[in-house]
Ligand binder design. Structure first.
Ligand SMILES: Nc1nc2c(ncn2[C@@H]2O[C@H](COP(=O)(O)OP(=O)(O)OP(=O)(O)O)[C@@H](O)[C@H]2O)c(=O)[nH]1
Ligand SMILES: [Mg+2]
Length: 295
């Protein structure tokens, strides 16, 4: 008898939702970074273990949107919540429930959503702060379980999976047992490049970038990929390219390493930088970059 269920992973930006998804799966399917608002789309991660299949849905961090892209990200998170059997609310240890978290708990209450509280990054806080966090959240919501863990090194993740089992129901698997994510390879490649932009570039610039895969040619044991990096201003283009092309070269080198690991073959990666003024506020552009609602 197989069991399955869909579980959303929600929370404010930067708390480690995507890191947690990757650790559960044992593979990287979602990009992560030190900068908030890294995840832009819903990302499905499938964990099949014997007769159980957990379908986790990583979501963009909940924040107050300032652009149409931000509106899309928030809509994505809300719609994901509407379609799942349960949720994991990921927080960092704090003495009080934050405004964002309080808003999420209101949504849980309005839809009778069963939820687990994950207190992440326990490697970076004192136990007394974990205890205070548990106390504050227990007053605000009746969680099915509370699991302190470290998504980065995996400590506590097995306990989380055991707790998630209560949300599974008897039914056929939704995905083949060897599938880890529903993202096409091209999308993962575009995301890997965006992750390197977030890693190499300073504060605001990477938030205004998007990556589009323009060409993908497979020959014997090499894949040639041409990707375009879009940014919002010509001054940003100069920064992304860097002196004598040094910055874009670094981005390409980091990205190529990861893409080769993922595809298991050699990769030629050609990156071009283009400007699309204010694309984040243009509905047509954001849809063109793949930020569109699924039918
Ligand atoms: N110390 C520590 N850092 C962590 C842990 N988990 C995640 N991080 C770091 O927290 C940062 C944010 O991680 P992400 O997984 O990108 O966070 P997110 O919640 O998906 O962020 P958004 O996509 O912006 O909503 C990264 O620098 C991670 O390495 C952890 O258990 N301990
Ligand atoms: Mg994320």
């Amino acid at each position: 008898m197989t069991k399955t269920g869909c579980i959303a992973i929600v929370g404010r930006p930067n708390v480690g939702k995507s890191t947690l998804l990757n650790t559960i799966l044992g593979e990287k399917v979602a990009i992560t970074s030190k900068k908030p608002q890294t995840t832009r789309n819903r990302i499905t991660g499938i964990h099949t273990d014997g007769e159980r299949q957990f379908v986790f849905l990583d979501t963009p961090g909940i924040h107050k949107p300032r652009t149409k892209l931000g509106d899309y990200m928030m809509k994505t998170a809300q719609q994901t919540l509407a379609g799942v059997d349960a949720s994991i609310l990921v927080v960092e240890a704090r003495e009080a429930v934050g405004d964002i978290e309080a808003g999420i708990l209101e949504k849980f209450k309005a839809s009778d959503m069963p939820a687990i509280l994950v207190i992440n990054k326990v490697d970076a806080v004192r136990p007394v702060n974990i205890a205070k966090t548990i106390e504050a959240y227990a007053k605000a919501f009746d969680f099915a379980a509370v699991v302190p863990l470290c998504a980065k090194n995996g400590k506590g993740v097995d306990a989380l999976l055991s707790e998630c089992e209560q949300f599974l129901y008897e039914g056929d698997f939704m995905f083949p047992t060897d599938e880890l994510t529903d993202q096409p390879e091209r999308q993962i490649v575009a995301e890997i490049i965006r992750e390197k932009l977030l890693r190499v570039l300073d504060e605001e610039i990477p938030h205004g970038t998007a990556v589009s895969i323009e060409e993908w040619k497979e020959k014997k044991d090499v894949v040639s990929i041409r990707a375009e990096i879009y940014c919002e201003k010509s001054s940003h283009k100069g920064i992304i390219i860097g002196k004598n092309g040094a910055t874009v070269k670094t981005i390409g080198t980091y990205a190529r390493e990861d893409i080769e690991n993922m595809l298991g073959c050699r990769v030629f990666l050609d990156l071009y930088v283009r400007v699309k003024e204010n694309w984040r506020d243009n509905e047509f552009n954001i849809q063109n970059f793949g930020y569109r609602e699924e039918s």
